[in-house]
Design a protein around this ligand. Structure first.
Ligand code: AMP
Length: 281
């Protein structure tokens, strides 16, 4: 695996593959890799002759500076893991390379940015768009892989690709979970023992909602989630939202005609975790 720090070097290496007509798959990450990340790399490796992964903890998408400071970083282990899944190129830029100047671009996501993560984390998706466009411009991939764990992020990325005419296929990959159901996340390593045990309740709550959706109205489901989460000692519900899977518009009534996804954000102690589940699968 080649490890590259500078966009100019990346350009030189990738130009050669492009000349040979080899499609490039790209997996952007913030590191502290786990099996969720590796599933995206595996998918890219099986779809493309060349896979580029990036590790960069992007400051502009953190609306909470303590979260940025405490974000787990594991460069040595990450490299070994990426080698083990046959990633070809690891791009590890620093802040100067990605933001030589302050990025003042403001993106318009319309409604997509007004709910859930957009509402609760002001500026988060604008920061995501800033870094993802910079990385897309640097790597110029044919395909880019994102996890459904960040359900709303995928909708945002697809909007950027459409609005800015990027010729990149966006591939959404399934959520990888721990044995007990907790969605894998780099932030899980920050949980204290008791918080980690209780965090199982997040996925359990989504599963309960999936079971009840046909018989219970949405307000009742929200009340159920609030009670189930907040009655667990170290958990606190930030939101539960049931939205149309494609448009992300909150659903007031379940009709079997539209696919819906339940999205949840929960504080386990000070650590904020998100998860989601398609309800009609
Ligand atoms: P992050 O390093 O958290 O920015 O995540 C990098 C990519 O990995 C994003 O596209 C995430 O959606 C994806 N990802 C993170 N956790 C999981 C998971 N448990 N299952 C599948 N994909 C994931």
């Amino acid at each position: 695996m080649q490890i590259i720090k500078y966009i100019s070097d990346l350009d030189t290496v990738l130009a050669e593959f492009r000349k040979q007509g080899k499609p490039i798959g790209f997996v952007p990450t913030m590191g502290a890799l786990h099996d969720g990340h590796l599933s995206l790399i595996n998918q890219s490796v099986s779809d493309n002759p060349v896979t580029v992964a990036s590790i960069y903890v992007n400051p502009t998408q953190f609306n909470d500076q303590t979260d940025l400071k405490n974000y787990p970083r594991n460069p040595g282990t990450d490299r070994k893991l990426l080698e083990s899944v046959k990633c070809n190129i690891l791009f590890v830029p620093d802040d100067k390379e990605m933001y030589p100047e302050k990025d003042n671009r403001v993106f318009d996501f319309g409604f997509l940015d007004e709910i859930m993560e957009g509402e609760k984390r002001p500026g988060h998706f604008n920061g995501v768009a800033q870094i993802v466009t910079k990385l897309f411009d640097a790597v110029k991939p044919d395909r880019a892989y994102f996890g459904k764990k960040d359900f709303q992020q995928i909708a945002i990325i697809k909007k950027i690709v459409g609005d800015l005419n990027y010729d990149i296929e966006i591939i959404a990959c399934p959520i990888v979970r721990e044995k007990d159901g907790l969605a894998m996340s780099s932030r899980n390593t920050l949980l204290k023992e008791q918080e980690r045990k209780e965090a199982v309740k997040i996925y359990e709550t989504l599963q309960q909602i999936q079971k009840r959706i046909k018989y219970t109205d949405i307000d009742e489901l929200k009340k159920y989630a609030l009670k189930a989460i907040n009655h667990t000692k170290h958990l606190k519900l930030d939101y539960l939202q049931i939205v149309n899977t494609k448009t992300l518009i909150p659903v007031n009534k379940i009709t079997k005609k539209e696919p819906v996804t339940a999205c949840i954000a929960v504080y386990a102690g000070n650590i904020r975790l998100i998860d989601n589940l398609d309800l009609f699968t």
